[in-house]
Design a protein around this ligand. Structure first.
Ligand SMILES: [Zn+2]
Length: 164
């Protein structure tokens, strides 16, 4: 794993400036976006970041040897459709459409596909990104606790989607 591999798991949300780049703490280097965090043995070219979350404490709290690990199942395609508010025209009642204008595909909206693994539901798109990690396995704990991720060369945590 390289710094570039970690970068794919960083936030791209400018309102989370502490998560935009990987950081090192103790024996590990980390990348997180608020939903997923992964860690690998410390990389010499990843700097420490005093405003980054206390990742070591997170892993301490949420990893244990009491759980089973599973392969991430085959994923259904993303559900992206034309914005029902502006019909894909980007304008609604004379103003820019607030429903779809900020999406990566303007004029369209995405319904997040939920994937059930044991008792927990996960965002399909986050699972797809995890699937790129070599030998990845997921160990869910319950419907609301972070699942533990293991892969060749590192591990991580992913938050489930709350049932509602
Ligand atoms: Zn729209």
């Amino acid at each position: 794993m390289t710094k570039e591999d970690l970068q794919r798991f960083c936030s791209t949300d400018e309102t989370r400036p502490n998560l935009l780049e990987p950081w090192s703490q103790g024996d590990f280097s980390y990348a997180a976006d608020g939903y997923t965090i992964i860690r690998v043995p410390r990389l010499s070219n990843v700097e420490e970041n005093p405003v980054a979350p206390n990742a070591a404490e997170l892993f301490e709290r949420f990893t244990d040897n009491m759980r089973e690990f599973f392969q991430i199942p085959e994923l259904q395609p993303r559900e992206i459709r034309t914005c029902p508010v502006c019909a894909g025209k980007l304008i609604f009642e004379g103003d820019p459409c607030e429903t779809c204008i900020d999406e990566e595909t303007p004029g369209k909206i995405e319904r997040i596909v939920r994937v059930q693994i044991r008792e927990a539901l996960f965002n399909r798109n986050y699972l797809e990104r995890l699937k790129s990690l070599p030998g990845v396995l997921i160990g869910p704990k319950g419907p609301e606790d972070p699942a533990w991720i293991k892969f060749d060369g590192g591990d991580g945590l992913i938050m489930p989607i709350r049932k509602d």
